[in-house]
Design a binder for this molecule. Sequence first.
Ligand code: HEM
Length: 206
Amino acid sequence: MKKLLWIIFAFFAIGVGLYPTLFIFQDMSQGLLGSKSEALRAGIWNTAFYLHIFLGGVSLLTGWSQFSSRLRKARLNLHRTLGKIYVAAVFISGLAGLYIAFFAEGGLVAKFGFGFLAAGWLTTTSLAFWTIRSRKIEEHQRWMIRSYALTFAAVTLRIYLPIFDIFTDMQFLESYRIIAWLCWVPNLTLAEWYIRDKLSLKSAVV
Ligand code: HEM
């Protein structure tokens, strides 16, 4: 069961992590890009958007294997290198994400949903970084679980979008407003539950 969950977790992290490469190899002008004005696409938004999606992809690709204790123990240097890449990628993608959140479709509800997600992503990842610099390993682990739960919003968002499309008769923008929050609030809640229930139990046993 644990192995199956790992496979599903890695599958989604890698699949969605590679998704931004479609923006290089395929014409994506019909999707989100098609909804943006020429002026926006000719300005800072464009740079922020590409920084956001490619480094967001890097964060998903570098993050998932970091939670394997076996890999951590066997290859500590690799864990450190991937960790540094992850933090740098989140920092740049998160700042760019915060900027593009102001221009998100779906009005204020969606803008705030993505805006708070970006702020939470930057905060949890910074805290994960500072705690490991001070050698507080358990706190670092907790903040990284929260950080990656937020990184995983990119995955859950892409699971909810087709579900809402198929199983509800909502207009796209109506569901987008809901999903801007739904993609990360339950992830963070689940992470908090895991930290409180499972991790504290583990450290109590050890
Ligand atoms: C966790 C913090 C994140 C925030 C706050 C965030 C925010 C946003 C925002 C505001 C948009 C534009 C929405 C619009 O204009 O309507 C967007 C689009 C996008 N983001 Fe993120 N994002 C996050 C994580 C990620 C990650 C980890 C990836 C990696 C795959 C990613 C990939 C993308 C892609 C590919 C798009 C283009 C939308 C599409 O065509 O599907 N994002 N994001």
